[in-house]
Design a protein around this ligand. Structure first.
Ligand SMILES: NCc1[nH]cc(CCC(=O)O)c1CC(=O)O
Length: 584
């Protein structure tokens, strides 16, 4: 990587002088932001005429900058003046020397160090009686040389051949660079550029005085210090090349520092031991959170395995009690009952029959295992011959008419002793209608656990095997929700809350954890995840193949539902999970 890669360097040199500097910055991989703060102009004053026409009176010309050289020769050329042969040059600075050479002249004296006082001392040591001196300067040159000449009692004449002008129209540009923090370093090659810059940024909120500030020499640096720049760098030799070296050095060090400064958080501290992990665990899966679904069928001695749901059975009432007692033993507190009737008809009348399979099952559980909370799934699809969740009129599911049957079903389930009514039919207004029906019938104390957000999901496939509830034509997409929708889920939940739901169910669970979180965050009702049949069967199948560890994967997924905001989980894994949690 180049040393100045990606670094933005402000160059304040005048137009004519900035070019080589800019080139070097770009060679180093940097980007130069050039803003000539100073401009130079030939000073062709009347009084100069007299001097340049009497150059033979002088022995030495003192030149201290390339600008001085440039404008001196420009002045001579303009007035067609030729230099007398014997005139000698005393100069300071490499650039000055170059400039002089470019006009075809050699310096006769160069001090060992490029400092004005040094120059004078060394010069007079060699030439104690130098003759008349012409000192070429700009209007902003310092008075070190004149003072020294005066002190030596030598005759000298100053000639200001150029004027330095402050350029102020870069103000906006510079302030915007500073404001957007685009600049990485500032460079100054003269005290006057420093003061020009300081003037420009005066009063600005971000004034660049915190940026590394590279000054060509000690005088420039001193000026910078006076104006409040905080990170000033001065090279050992006062040249552009040396500034470049310093810039390169500075930024490669900065890069190294950044690497060694690299700090990070040690999250693993809290994962070191199992007891440490237990200490910081955020989500806890408890057996009490689990709701067990059961399928009850007519008949006797029936314990029918559901082919697509290994481990799940349809049971007849004579097996029901022992199943329920097992739940109590395992500390599972609630059960959701699905009925598989012997007969189906157009309006699903077995759903609300006093002696329907669900009603009988509920009565039996409440009688024999009263500590269990019994939840009744309220829907028509297991009971209608067409398998839809409402009644069909002209090939359509008639919403409002269906509500009548659904409400009747809910009331009959409450009559049978259900503790909670869980309508899953997705008709509009089912919560309002059921709430009203229950209240009318004297069941205002019975809560409604609404399948508020129920998607038209292919994850229900195995359940329809278990409950014999597949639609005989079409699908459920005209009443269950489109899996692509999120905002609609909020609307569904919102209306159920308004209609008086006591619990909200999100179903399915696993592919809809995002929805669960959102519902949890927006509404303050207990939230139930329905870990549906397809989610069950996929894990069972993979586990039977030895592809996943069933226990670990089940506990992980149930925990993920709680983490997503579920307070309760309806799951066919309830008994297994309860056993595993007990072992833990
Ligand atoms: N409306 C009845 C109902 N209640 C619960 C489920 C699915 C449960 C599961 O897949 O585990 C269904 C099936 C459906 O809507 O098609």
């Amino acid at each position: 990587m180049k040393p100045l890669q990606g670094k933005h360097i402000l160059v304040t040199r005048g137009k004519s002088q900035a070019h080589p500097f800019i080139e070097k910055i770009e060679e180093g991989g940097g980007v130069s932001y050039h803003t000539p703060l100073l401009d130079f102009q030939l000073n062709d004053s009347e009084s100069h005429q007299e001097i340049i026409h009497q150059l033979h009176d002088y022995s030495w010309v003192f030149l201290t900058s390339s600008n001085g050289v440039k404008f001196f020769f420009e002045l001579l050329r303009k007035h067609n003046v030729f230099l007398p042969q014997k005139l000698q040059f005393a100069i300071i600075g490499t650039k000055t020397n170059h400039a002089l050479k470019s006009y075809g002249y050699q310096a006769d004296f160069i001090p060992s160090r490029f400092q004005a006082t040094k120059m004078v001392d060394e010069f007079f040591a060699v030439y104690p009686r130098p003759g008349n001196i012409l000192y070429i300067r700009g209007n902003r040159s310092r008075d070190v040389l004149p003072a020294a000449f005066r002190a030596k009692g030598v005759f000298f004449q100053s000639m200001t051949v150029y004027d330095t002008l402050l350029v102020k129209d870069q103000r906006e540009e510079i302030l915007s660079w500073l404001k957007s923090e685009e600049l990485d370093a500032l460079t100054f090659t003269s005290p006057s550029t420093v003061s020009a810059f300081a003037n420009i940024v005066q009063g600005a909120e971000i004034n660049g005085k915190d940026l590394p500030c590279f000054c060509i020499g000690p005088t420039t640096a001193e000026t910078a210090r006076r104006y409040g720049f905080r990170h000033i760098f001065v090279p050992k030799q006062y040249t552009i090349n040396e500034i470049m070296n310093q810039l390169n050095h500075y930024f490669s060090n900065e890069r190294k520092d950044k690497m060694s400064d690299l700090t990070f958080k040690r999250h693993r501290r809290l994962r070191r031991t199992e007891s440490m992990r237990a200490l910081v665990r955020e989500t806890h899966l408890r057996t009490e959170d689990l709701i067990f679904p059961i399928f009850v069928v007519e008949g006797e001695g029936v314990k029918n395995p559901v082919a697509s749901m290994p481990g799940v059975h349809q049971v007849s009432l004579d097996y029901l009690t022992e199943e329920m007692e097992e739940l109590v033993q395992l500390n599972i507190r609630s059960v959701i009952v699905f009925g598989v009737p012997a007969e189906k008809d157009e309006v699903g009348s077995q759903a609300y029959h006093e002696d329907g399979i669900v009603q009988k099952a509920i009565r039996q559980i409440k009688e024999e295992v009263p500590s269990l909370t019994v939840i009744a799934d309220t829907c028509l699809c297991q009971y209608t011959d067409h398998g839809h969740c409402g009644v069909v009129r002209d090939g359509d599911i008639a919403n409002d008419e269906s509500l009548t049957y659904i409400t009747q079903t809910a009331v009959s389930q409450a009559e049978a002793g259900a503790d909670i009514i869980a309508p899953s039919n997705m008709m509009d207004g089912f919560v309002a209608s059921i709430r009203h029906g229950l209240d009318e019938a004297g069941y205002s104390h019975i809560p409604v656990m609404s399948y508020a957000v129920k998607y038209a999901s292919s994850f229900y496939g195995p359940f329809r095997d278990a409950a014999h509830s597949s639609p005989q034509f079409g699908d459920r997409r005209a009443y269950q929700m489109d899996p692509s929708n999120r905002l609609e889920a909020i609307r569904e939940a919102e209306s159920d809350v308004q209609e008086g739901a006591d619990f909200l169910i999100v179903k399915p669970a696993l592919s809809y954890l995002d929805i669960m979180r959102e519902v949890k965050d927006r509404f303050n009702l207990p939230l139930v995840a329905y870990n549906v049949s397809g989610e069950y069967s996929m894990i069972k199948a993979a586990a039977q193949n030895g592809w996943v560890n069933e226990q670990e994967i089940v506990l992980e997924k149930l925990t993920s539902m709680k983490r997503a905001g579920a307070d309760l989980i309806i799951t066919y894994f309830a008994k297994d999970a309860a056993k595993w949690l007990k072992e833990d």
